[in-house]
Design a protein around this ligand. Structure first.
Ligand SMILES: Nc1ncnc2c1ncn2[C@@H]1O[C@H](COP(=O)(O)OP(=O)(O)OP(=O)(O)O)[C@@H](O)[C@H]1O
Ligand SMILES: [Mg+2]
Length: 264
């Protein structure tokens, strides 16, 4: 079967998804997303690029229902994870957040040892076996490309790590719950090129197990990592397609302008 003929296994599907922040004393509610329709294929890295305030973070926060905790607003349209509606009132957001992990741009290490940072989520979820917890520590630190640097000092306070190491620790902490989908919001914005490269290697190595949606303000990073890329502009999806095509032969002039640095 040619790749085109193969049915795409979509882990996430947005159809006509819109989101409006609530009105405030300063004015009417801001429409942060407008009619977004896209699909994310399992086992891939899906890049989202776009200038500031285009709705990228709002989109990520809707996927694991973090948005309703930070600033609830009006959702229209549909967003399905593994075929099931995310906003279904009967859906358990805690279970959803176990399956859909979120890693922020500036991670905070918990004031605990490196190992305890990683096992925090599993212990909350009821894992008590020492052997199982040790295995999670090694497996997830390896996946996050941090194991070799910390394996001899797992009881060190995590705040002693460098910024780049803390970001990989945050990635390990998120992976410890074995999410199916990983949401990353500008994970390398505060990192040097070497730390960035280590995160990028980790994401590529794990993508077959853990599908990833990567929001990045670094278009070159999307070009390097993403299988498909979406370009958001002023709450709308301008275009979405195979990364190579979006970067070398975009359909919309605004995509071309953004990628070539003419605005944003
Ligand atoms: N808590 C909030 N209350 C009201 N409006 C908000 C809130 N957070 C974001 N917005 C608005 O929603 C729009 C989209 O913001 P969002 O943070 O999703 O964009 P972004 O693409 O992630 O931007 P950046 O690249 O700067 O992170 C913006 O116009 C922003 O002002
Ligand atoms: Mg953002």
């Amino acid at each position: 079967m040619t790749p085109e003929a193969r049915p795409r296994d979509l882990i996430l599907e947005a159809t006509g998804l819109s989101f409006t922040y609530p009105p405030s004393a300063k004015g009417p509610g801001q429409k942060a997303l407008e009619g977004i329709t896209l699909g994310v294929e399992r086992g891939t890295i899906f890049g989202i690029i776009g200038p500031s305030r285009s709705g990228k973070s709002t989109f990520l926060r809707l996927i694991n229902r973090l948005q309703e905790v930070t600033a609830p607003g009006q959702v229209e349209g549909s967003l399905r994870f593994e075929g099931k509606e995310i906003f279904d009132p009967g859906r358990d957001p805690y279970q959803l957040r176990r399956e859909v992990g979120f890693c922020f741009d500036k991670p905070q290490a918990l004031d605990l040892s490196i190992a305890d940072n990683v096992t925090f989520g599993p212990r909350l979820a009821g894992v008590t076996s020492r052997g199982e917890l040790d295995a999670i520590v090694e497996e997830t630190l390896r996946a996050a490309n941090l194991w070799d640097e910390v394996k001899d000092r797992l009881s060190l306070n995590a705040n002693r790590l460098s910024g780049g190491q803390k970001q990989r620790l945050a990635l390990a902490r998120t992976l410890a719950l074995r999410p199916k989908l990983l949401l990353l919001d500008e994970p390398c914005s505060a990192l040097d090129p070497i730390s960035t490269a280590r995160i990028e290697e980790a994401l590529v190595a794990m993508k077959h197990r853990t599908t990833c949606i990567l929001v990045t303000n670094n278009t070159k990073q999307a070009a390097r990592l993403a299988d498909r890329t979406a370009f958001f502009l002023m709450a709308k999806l301008v275009e979405e397609g195979p990364t190579q095509q979006v970067f070398t032969n975009p359909v919309d002039d605004r995509t071309d302008d953004y990628i070539s640095g003419r605005f944003g």
